[in-house]
Design a protein around this ligand. Structure first.
Ligand SMILES: [Ca+2]
Ligand SMILES: [Ca+2]
Length: 183
């Protein structure tokens, strides 16, 4: 009898220990699961953000390069400067829907492209979640101008134009800026 009792108490102690183990495991898992899932989702988000930023840089550079292939001003006869710079903006007979017809850099002022198009007018179907804006102004026309703009405006009048290309996406935006002189 004693032997059986001992056997049975050992058995139940063994069962109790197993149950405790299971409960502890569940408790640890319950604590660890949100932590693991937040680490995992954070790890997944990071490459997506980096990829979108890289794509936005690429798109902004492409658009900036397109703009900088144009002459400095409507009245300029390239290659060379003009003594008679015109007003900022698209000129008579030009339209934003015919990009190849934009022949000077400030024709791009105010351009909003959504979805974005390449220089030849084709829709950039791979990048449909991005859209762009362009601003072109004579240097010094911006009251909140940084030091370089103030310096250039003071020393060279309206001989420089500033081009801002902004590319937007759902998670952010970035702007590339170039200053180009009348030469
Ligand atoms: Ca023009
Ligand atoms: Ca123009």
């Amino acid at each position: 009898m004693i032997g059986e009792r001992e056997k049975s108490s050992v058995k139940s102690a063994s069962r109790g220990f197993t149950l405790l183990e299971v409960l502890l495991s569940l408790a640890i898992f319950a604590v660890a699961l949100p932590l693991l899932s937040s680490l995992f989702s954070g790890g997944m988000k990071q490459p997506v953000i980096a990829r979108e930023q890289a794509q936005a840089v690429f798109l902004a550079q492409e658009l900036m390069e397109e703009i900088l292939t144009r002459k400095w001003d409507e009245n300029a006869t390239p290659p060379g400067p003009t003594n008679n710079p015109g007003v900022i903006g698209i000129d008579t007979g030009e339209t934003v829907s015919v990009r190849s017809g934009l022949d000077d850099i400030d024709d791009y002022d105010g351009l909003m492209d959504n979805p974005m198009h390449s220089a030849d007018g084709a829709t950039l179907t791979t990048f449909q979640t991005f859209w762009s804006q362009v601003q072109v102004n004579y240097v010094g026309s911006d009251a909140s101008a940084p030091d370089l703009e103030t310096f250039l405006a003071k020393n060279a009048g309206s001989e420089f134009k500033r081009v801002d290309v902004t590319v937007n996406w759902a998670g952010g935006r970035l702007t590339l800026t170039t200053v180009r002189g009348n030469f």
